[in-house]
Ligand binder design. Structure first.
Ligand code: SF4
Ligand code: SF4
Length: 178
């Protein structure tokens, strides 16, 4: 089924997920994100009644790409709620997330083949860029199993230790963006 999302009314092109980030290994070999993850564009990570939260940088980047004022972008695309954590309460920081439509992030859309995409791909929040290669995988195998269960792009041919060896090496070399 092809979902026609309200986000398609925007003039931005729908990009493809990109997992071709390369980082150099010591010794000349190349560790590739695609060794451990290749996005299938299933769209699962963009589904749900809530989304990741946006920090200040995410918000600025999104405003720059979408155009308009912060108030306009906020009114149309964001859901702002009261602070939840004690740290947020202390700083009086509201929680800013993206709105959802029909159980999906408002920026999610699918092409004619049903493959998922993100209308604001170049300005998606950092938590979206990082997914599914979350650092918490390195500290706990149950995190790895949970993420692997929900993300078909994770390389299933690798053991937990093999996966962590590559992920850890990639993280040492720099910020990972999927
Ligand atoms: S759940 Fe994984 S494979 Fe599916 S769209 Fe998200 S990152 Fe890609
Ligand atoms: S901003 Fe893009 S990548 Fe992030 S949840 Fe929404 S549609 Fe998915």
């Amino acid at each position: 089924m092809v979902l026609i999302s309200p986000c398609l009314t925007m003039t931005l092109a729908v990009p493809e997920c990109n997992s071709s980030c390369f980082l150099k290994r010591e010794g000349g070999n190349v560790a590739k994100i695609s060794d451990i993850f290749q996005c299938t564009r299933c769209g699962y990570c963009c589904h749900g009644e809530t989304t990741v939260s946006l920090d200040e940088e995410d918000q600025s980047g999104m405003i720059a790409v979408l155009g308009g004022s912060k108030e306009q972008v906020c009114g149309k695309y964001w859901r702002v709620s009261e602070p939840i954590t004690s740290a947020d309460k202390k700083s009086n920081s509201a929680i800013v997330q993206m709105k959802t439509v029909a159980g999906r992030c408002i920026f999610y859309c699918e092409d004619e083949n049903g493959l998922g995409g993100c209308v604001v791909h170049n300005a998606r929040p950092w938590r979206c860029r990082q997914w599914p290669l979350h650092p918490a995988i390195l500290g706990d195998e149950s995190n790895f199993n949970t993420i692997r269960e929900s993300c078909p792009g994770i390389n299933r041919d690798l053991s937990y230790l093999q996966f962590c060896a590559i992920l850890g090496e990639l993280m040492q070399k720099g910020k990972i963006e999927c």
